[in-house]
Design a protein. Structure first.
Length: 242
């Protein structure tokens, strides 16, 4: 059965409404890790893992295609920015300026919108972002960056099954998509998408099930949250004795 995909305009409208509603509710500042970014090799199951994590954690889910369409529209970018208060906008502007400076970026119009879109999602928190180099945009202290990988032959088999392709055609498609994603990250962020040092966690779905991969990510997220609390407590103790 074919799944009906919502138009991006509807997704944006629903998300903006949700953020405005949550802003009206009093809440404590989030000190733990409120974001997960997922970079994945095609056919590795990263998309499904993101969906399962969203269900388990109750986080909003932003697929690569949705982020891409949001970034293409100046109207959508502006609409999302309107959900931030003045402090949030200032923090976002400062972070983007710092990102451009430290990575020596020369952002075109698309990258400017992409950074604003992902940065706005990051300010609201409790989200999972799949693809579009989100781990290179969001501050390291606010996100858990995950890379999902698997052996090429296995990925080709998965793609062949999913799209009804012959194995060789599926393998060519996987290799082409790998190459395109690698080129995009190199172009926009001057980074290597496959470098494990760009991620907090790398998960090989060739050696575990997708459900086990979700368990690993959730366990790592909990460890990061505990470390954040320890670091925050140490800072408060230092401030009190200064």
């Amino acid at each position: 059965m074919q799944v009906k995909v919502k138009p991006v305009a509807q997704i944006v409208e629903e998300q903006v409404r949700s953020w405005h509603f949550s802003r009206a509710e009093p809440k404590q500042a989030e000190k733990s890790i409120p974001l997960i970014t997922i970079s994945r090799e095609p056919g590795s199951g990263g998309r499904i893992i993101g969906e399962k994590l969203s269900e388990r954690l109750g986080f909003d889910l932003f697929h690569q295609e949705v982020l891409h369409e949001m970034a293409r529209s100046a109207k959508v970018s502006a609409q999302l920015l309107q959900t931030l208060d003045e402090k949030g906008l200032n923090v976002l502007d400062e972070w983007i300026a710092s990102l451009v400076d430290t990575r020596h970026l020369w952002p075109d119009q698309y990258l400017k919108h992409l950074m604003k879109v992902i940065g706005t999602i990051g300010r609201h928190g409790r989200a999972i972002l799949i693809g579009r180099g989100a781990n290179f945009i969001l501050p390291a202290e606010r996100r858990l960056s995950v890379r999902i990988i698997a052996p090429l032959e296995m990925r080709a088999r998965k793609v062949a099954e999913a799209f009804g392709l012959g194995f060789e055609e599926a393998r060519r498609r996987v290799v082409k998509t790998d190459s395109q994603r690698k080129a995009a990250i190199r172009k926009y962020f001057h980074a290597d998408i496959a470098d494990p040092l760009n991620y907090d966690l790398t998960v090989n779905t060739g050696s575990m099930s997708l459900d086990e991969a979700v368990d690993v990510v959730c366990a790592t997220l909990e460890v990061c949250r505990m470390q954040c609390k320890i670091d925050e407590g140490a800072k408060e103790k230092t401030s009190a004795t200064a």
